[in-house]
Design a protein around this ligand. Structure first.
Ligand code: FA5
Length: 331
């Protein structure tokens, strides 16, 4: 009985189990030790004393192993910590949020939407027709140089003497490609914007990144003039950057607009270039089958990161793409 009891106490794994073993062996009414004690009266004569001593020793051992089991269980409970408190507040779940560039894109769409511009999309992998030819960028133009573009597949051109071929594919270097896609498929009046990624092998610095976003705008109708372009870009700038923003148009050159301007906004004591714009070149209108005598239009392409940086006072474009949660969670 003694060894059975000691083993049972050792094996008890929780308080209920322990209590059950205690009652079985040490229970005051029906415990097994109790019934052995009751049998003592039937032991006679010279054996009585020895039996009594043996019983007391067994009782002591069983009691000791019970106490040891109690001690062990309470130590184990302490190790596994206090019981959970269901009234404590839970651990906060860290929620992700929309990237600042995506937030900017949504904001720009909303502002331009209020001015009646519809959002359209175009592919990021382009052919030379949409990225260059239809935009009046001739074959020998430096903008087509392989060092200034991410060409994907280069068509076979052995013996043709050509540097560039129809089968070439490249990551678009500007969203102006979407102008062509829209004009090829629709008739004026047109009033669209297109926001998306463009790619250039530019060295990354505080204001340049090899992948960035542009917002392209295109408006074609009868009698559209440069004044309309300036009005739209001024309204856009004050909506996005505030009434106090200063906008400057600098004469420039793009093969697909004539005249062309560069658009600068005043920030932190200096003029910063945000994009290019101009009146759509008659050669482009002709390339997509429009009659430049009948319709005119303007186009613009603004750097989305530059706008986002200006609005949120970000001084380095690389921070936007660092993936650093400490930076991103501020937006
Ligand atoms: C263009 O890409 C023309 N397609 C814009 C245009 C559209 C002109 C329609 C006329 C009519 P440009 O190469 O200047 O132009 O780029 C436009 C803007 O993109 C720049 O002003 C700048 O804000 C941004 N940008 C250019 N390169 C980078 C770069 N590496 N990283 C971040 N932003 C850039």
């Amino acid at each position: 009985l003694e060894s059975q009891a000691v083993a049972a106490f050792r094996e008890a794994t929780d308080n209920d189990g322990l209590e059950e073993v205690r009652i079985r062996f040490l229970g005051a009414k029906n415990g097994q030790l109790k019934s052995v004690q009751q049998q003592m009266s039937s032991v006679d004569g010279p054996d009585k004393k020895a039996a009594g001593m043996r019983l007391n020793a067994a009782k002591g051992n069983i009691q000791a192993s019970f106490e040891q089991a109690v001690e062990q269980l309470s130590q184990r409970a302490q190790k596994s910590g206090p019981a959970p408190d269901p009234t404590l507040p839970g651990n906060p779940v860290r929620l992700g949020h929309v990237h600042p560039v995506t937030q900017t894109i949504e904001h720009l769409k909303e502002i331009m939407g209020r001015m009646g511009f519809e959002v359209v999309e175009g592919p990021e992998v382009e052919d030379p027709w949409h990225n260059f030819v239809a935009l009046n960028i001739p074959e020998d133009h430096p903008a087509r140089d392989p060092l200034d573009n991410f060409y994907l597949a280069t068509a076979e051109r052995n013996g043709s003497g050509k540097t560039y071929a129809e089968g070439d594919r490249l990551l678009r270097s500007q969203t102006s490609t979407v102008q062509i896609r829209v004009m090829e498929n629709r008739q004026p009046p047109i009033r669209v914007i297109s926001l998306g990624r463009v790619y250039r092998p530019d060295e990354a610095d505080a204001t340049h990144y090899p992948m960035f976003h542009q917002m392209e705008g295109l408006l074609i109708d009868r009698g559209v003039t440069m004044a309309n372009l300036k009005t739209v870009l001024n309204m856009f700038a004050t909506s996005y950057l505030g009434e106090e923003v200063k906008v400057r148009f600098r004469p420039s050159f793009f093969p697909f607009t004539e005249p062309s301007v560069e658009v600068d906004y005043w920030w932190n004591g200096s003029w910063i270039e945000f994009g290019g714009a101009g009146m759509v070149d008659p050669a482009v209108l002709t390339a997509v089958g429009y009659d430049p005598e009948e319709v005119t239009g303007f186009a613009f392409g603004l750097g989305v990161e530059r706008l986002c940086m200006r609005r949120h006072a970000v001084t380095d474009i690389r921070d936007l793409f660092s993936g650093d949660i400490r930076f991103l969670s501020q937006f």
